[in-house]
Design a protein around this ligand. Sequence first.
Ligand SMILES: *[C@@H]1O[C@H](CO)[C@@H](O)[C@H](O)[C@H]1NC(C)=O
Ligand SMILES: *[C@@H]1O[C@H](CO)[C@@H](O)[C@H](O)[C@H]1NC(C)=O
Ligand SMILES: *[C@@H]1O[C@H](CO)[C@@H](O)[C@H](O)[C@H]1NC(C)=O
Ligand SMILES: *[C@@H]1O[C@H](CO)[C@@H](O)[C@H](O)[C@H]1NC(C)=O
Length: 307
Amino acid sequence: MDVCWNFLLSLFIIWTRPYGAVTQELKLEPMNSYVLRDSDVGFRAMVQGSWVIMTWFVKETQVLTVRAPAEVIPSSDLYSARICSTEGPNCVDFTMHNVTRDQAGPVTCNVQGPYKPQTAQLHVQESGTVSIPGGNVTAIQDQLVEFQCVTTSWFPVPSVSWSQNDHAVNSSLYNTSSTAEGEVFTSTSTLKIQAVSNTQVECIATLPALKTPKSSFVFMQIAPKPTDWTVLIAVVVSFGGCALLVLFVVGIIFCYRRRKEKMPIYQNEMKRVTTESQSSPRADEQRNGHVNPSYVPEDHTTRSRWN
Ligand SMILES: *[C@@H]1O[C@H](CO)[C@@H](O)[C@H](O)[C@H]1NC(C)=O
Ligand SMILES: *[C@@H]1O[C@H](CO)[C@@H](O)[C@H](O)[C@H]1NC(C)=O
Ligand SMILES: *[C@@H]1O[C@H](CO)[C@@H](O)[C@H](O)[C@H]1NC(C)=O
Ligand SMILES: *[C@@H]1O[C@H](CO)[C@@H](O)[C@H](O)[C@H]1NC(C)=O
């Protein structure tokens, strides 16, 4: 927000500044620069009219002097400058090498003479790591799944977003909180989504100084619903139970009928044996004549039939 306002204010000042006959124009670009620590950053000064001495300040410290037409006097090899126009020294490129967090702040170009000093803002940022510590996830269909993304060693707090199969996830589905750890920040973003299909879930962290955001992704795989299994088990169990019951009933009926059939046969047999022994004395004689341990009445009847 501050940055935005500064920028708008700067634009406002540039647009509304009267181009008086007294003050010559000195333009500085860009008015806001976002760079990563240890990288190089450049500012360009455009000067109307003729001038002799240009000085550059980083946070109120003079770091480089340019003497027209082309003499550059840096305070150290962390700063350099060169004339960027062919016609004359009306364009100067100033470069800061391997910037540090300490150098963040105002960068001012001052030209001796009827020029108003111009100040740009340098923002030095740091990008750290992005990870989803939970790794790949196997979820049950329609289950609410929680993902956590951790960004470590960033400055300032990065903007964290999520995507699912490369489609941005609605920001109402995640929360991000940050804590300062020394000079950097660690953030944790929590995403809660419903498991619908197999997807790639990606956490993206970015900063204005990053040309390409940093990200980390995992896969969410959908497992079959356990309810399907319980239904299947219930079906199997109930079918099995029914079958057992049927078998049991059939078994009872079978046993009962066999017992019922056996009873009259046995009684008939007994009757027949007694009547036979009474009506045929020969059979009685035979029985007395033989001392046969393996004697059975069945044998007797068949033999008597053969006789
Ligand atoms: C900038 O840093 C790189 C690597 O850290 C180093 O090789 C290079 O010499 C540094 N440049 C200056 C001007 O210090
Ligand atoms: C996650 O799953 C993908 C694809 O199924 C696989 O390539 C990757 O190695 C897995 N990652 C981990 C951390 O298991
Ligand atoms: C995000 O979700 C909220 C609430 O569920 C909804 O009102 C809003 O329209 C959604 N935004 C987009 C871009 O889908
Ligand atoms: C975000 O945080 C708020 C308050 O802590 C909570 O009510 C909400 O459920 C969270 N949303 C997500 C997606 O975690």
